[in-house]
Write a protein that binds this ligand. Structure first.
Ligand SMILES: *Cc1c(COP(=O)(O)O)cnc(C)c1O
Length: 476
């Protein structure tokens, strides 16, 4: 028998692997299917290696511990598949509403409601009084209308979906008039011109990047015009020689031409943020008062709730929007709806909102509080990093994030970590350092700036949890 044929014979059968004492406990935990399919794929690649006369593999097959080693690999691969990659992290980036880190943390009330609704049958679209089919928006519409002053409301999966649905309903194959200063891109994948295309609308750009006047809107009107739209330029601001048309002016013009005026607020807040010493942002109610017929905004930006797109406005327009077949594809799910409802309820009790809404707690956290935290953490961090880095407590500026109030920064405090490195090695040392923190059981995400790893502590809730895992930190 040649070496190849011999080697094939050395391969264990699937059954032998599945019966092995190494894999039995794993099978008990995760079930047979995953272990079987991973074993099969390992055996397949060994067979291919033998067929290719891969000497390294041929040699390994004859080693004593070959079977054990194979089981270890199978176990590791199955475990990593089951471990899941979606996990909590420490957001120390200094951006409170970080889109890549899941935006708003939810209040406990919302989390509890979501749990209850997830585990049972619910009257999602069932009218309990009439015993007939109901409407999922009905669970939240009245409260939203009470708060915003709108006549009606409907909810979808996120604000991008809200904009898409509104435009497709009100302006399919027609023109939407938007100022060139508002043709924004949000987070790379949401560009107003692209959304227009997807909604099958024609974008009618008017004005210039820095200046748009009411007369530009007026001049754009023709028989194909369907909507005036205003997009909140939420992630940048143009300063200097600028002019844009206010919501109330545009509202007036829309009325004159009998055209709907749609305002995409993006972040959308339901409360005057200056009450909390935060920068001013136009509220949804103000937008409605100033003549917007439809307002769209996100559930998980300044509102501080779960991912959702909220559409409020005139009853006749909302009713059209709700009967668009696209609504069915974009609708909110029951679990999110339950969470969103609880978050919206918190806004009905504005005096206790700050205490109850985690987002608002994070945004209004006193600097002294953050500074104390930094000072307390300094010794333990210095201990684990010892001679590998120097650490200082320094003032820094946090951002609200997700495009909300881009130029408004919040004074905060950070731990600034500067790696000790030979000349020319700083970048490598920094990346080694930040990688080590990202590899902790609860990954710590900071930001790198000017040769330093910066941990803005504004969003650190649990100091003990942060400290406890520092012993795991492993710098290569
Ligand atoms: C964020 C934003 C969107 C998209 O909202 P998502 O909830 O992220 O889908 C749309 N328009 C504006 C102006 C935004 O700021």
């Amino acid at each position: 028998m040649n070496l190849q044929a011999k080697s094939f014979k050395l391969l264990p059968s699937i059954d032998k692997l599945l019966q092995s004492k190494e894999l039995k406990p794993l099978i008990n935990r995760v079930g047979q299917d995953a272990v079987k399919s991973e074993s099969r794929s390992q055996l397949d690649s060994l067979r291919t290696a033998i067929a290719n006369n891969d000497e390294r593999i041929l040699k390994r097959l004859t080693e004593d511990k070959f079977l054990e080693a194979l089981c270890v690999t199978i176990k590791a691969n199955v475990e990593s598949e089951f471990a899941g990659s979606l996990l909590p992290v420490f957001n120390l980036t200094g951006t409170v509403l970080h889109t890549n880190l899941g935006r708003a943390r939810l209040p406990q009330k919302a989390i509890s409601a979501m749990q209850v609704i997830a585990s049972e049958a619910v009257n999602l679209e069932y009218d309990l009084a009439a015993g007939t089919r109901g409407d999922r928006d009905s669970h939240i519409e009245e409260t939203l209308c009470n708060i915003t002053g709108a006549e009606a409301a409907t909810i979808v999966n996120n604000n991008a979906a809200a904009v898409l649905l509104v435009l497709n309903t009100l302006a399919e194959k027609k023109e939407v008039v938007v100022s060139r200063g508002e043709l924004v891109e949000i987070g790379g994948s949401f560009r107003i011109p692209d959304v227009m295309k997807s909604a099958n609308c024609e974008l009618k750009e008017i004005g210039t990047t820095n200046r748009t006047h009411l007369r530009d809107y007026e001049a754009a009107v023709n028989k194909n015009t369907a909507v005036f739209m205003k997009v909140h330029t939420s992630n940048y601001e143009i300063k200097g020689f600028v002019n844009s048309v206010s919501e109330s002016e545009l509202g007036g013009l829309a009325k004159k031409h009998n055209l709907p005026f749609v305002s995409d607020l993006g972040s959308g807040t339901l409360i005057d943020l200056t009450r909390f010493n935060l920068p001013r942002e136009i509220t949804v109610q103000e937008s409605i008062q100033m003549g917007a017929d439809i307002v769209t905004f996100s559930g998980d930006k300044l509102l501080g709730g779960p991912q959702a797109g909220i559409i409020v406005g005139k009853a006749n327009l909302i009713s059209k929007i709700k009967s668009n077949p696209l609504k069915r594809a974009l609708r909110i799910d029951k679990i999110t709806l339950a969470g969103l409802k609880e978050v919206i309820n918190l806004y009905r009790d504005s005096s206790r909102l700050q205490k109850r809404l985690p987002l608002l707690q994070d945004l209004t956290r006193p600097t002294e509080d953050i500074q104390n935290l930094a000072t307390q953490l300094l010794p333990s961090l210095r201990r684990v990093l010892s001679d590998r880095a120097t650490i200082e407590v320094r003032p820094c500026l946090s951002q609200i994030g997700s495009g909300a109030l881009p130029l408004s920064l919040l004074p905060s405090m950070a731990l600034e970590i500067t790696p000790v490195a030979e000349k020319g090695q700083t970048d490598a040392a920094l990346s080694n350092l930040s990688h080590a923190f990202r590899k902790l059981s609860k990954p710590v995400i900071g930001r790198i700036h000017d040769g330093k790893l910066i941990f803005d502590l504004r969003c650190l809730q649990d100091k003990k949890e942060f400290e406890a895992q520092l012993v795991e930190l492993h710098l290569s």
